[in-house]
Each structure stands twice: as C-alpha cells, then as structure tokens.
Design a protein around this ligand. Sequence first.
Ligand code: 4NP
Length: 181
Amino acid sequence: MALPSAAELPSPREPGAPYRVCLVCLGNICRSPMAETVLRAELAAAGLDGAVVVDSAGTGDWHVGDTMDPDARAALAVRGRDGSAHRARQFHPSWLSRYDLILAMDSRNLADLRRMAGAQGEATDRIRLFGEVGGLTDTGTRDIPDPWGGGPDEFGHVLDLLGAAAPVIAARLARLLETAG
Ligand code: 4NP
C-alpha cells in the first residue's frame, strides 16, 4: 500500500508498552466512536490489537456517559460493525500526556486540542489530524465532516472516509512499531 508522505508518526513514549491512540471529535457520540470501531477492526486485522490501544473522547461535555448516536450505530450496523458498548467521554487536559498519538476529526477539534496543550505547557507534536495521517488530504479531504443531525447519507459518507483512512493509519502504525522494535 502506498503510504502518505506526511511527517512520521510520533515515537512511542514507552518502548515495549502499548501505543496509545485517542480519537477526538466534538461530542464523542458520532465521528470519533465510529472511527474507534473502524480503526480497532483494522488494527486487529493487522495483528496489532494489544500493541496499539485505541479509545476516543470529545472536546465538549454535552454527551458524557451517552451511548453512540443511533444514526452512527445504524451506519456501523449496515457494515456489520457493533457500536453498542461505547459511552461518551470528554477529553481532559491531564490526558494529553497519556497518549502517544491524538487524532482530531476536524480542524476545529485540532485547534481546541492544541490550545489545550499550549495552556498546559504540553508539546503539540502528538496531536494530528485523522484525515492527514490517514492520507485523505492526498485526495483533497482534510476534515471528517460533522454528521450530527444529518441523515444516513451523511453518516455513510463519514464511514466511507473513516474506512478509507483507517487501513492507512493501521499500516503506518505497523511500520512505526516495527521500526521502533
Ligand atoms: P461528533 O458529533 O462530534 O461527531 O460526536 C456531534 C455530536 C454532538 C454535538 C456536536 C457534534 N453537539 O453539539 O451536541
């Protein structure tokens, strides 16, 4: 698979420990939990479950504790995936140092996370855009659009984008962990 030429992924913070990835959107009920479900499946297919641990969070607090949006779950179910276990969380600034890689769904989420990092005196190099790491920018897509309140077409489009990016991200993680030993 041709991998994008974007900057290398951040090195593991603790070699030998699982590489921890957090996927972040606004509400943590649509995009980032859908992405979590899709990326986890790709990582399992690549033999990386255990080596890479993926979870998700939102920058906002409106839906903390909620299940995934019903339309998001329905879109996943159409493709044979189960999103029933998800419960929404808000990203806490103290989590910035817990993750090897934090992937924002859109430019607003990215700016919010980088602002949070700046206020904490944390480096921002582990905070990236999901679409960039997943090679979507090579095809002109930067952001995973917010589907909340949309219909099946919007959610299906989000899943198409996630499905295109996730194998690229999994392949990049595989290469990184191979190189890092
Ligand atoms: P998400 O979608 O960020 O993909 O989970 C949204 C869910 C809820 C809201 C906004 C976006 N909200 O404003 O409550």
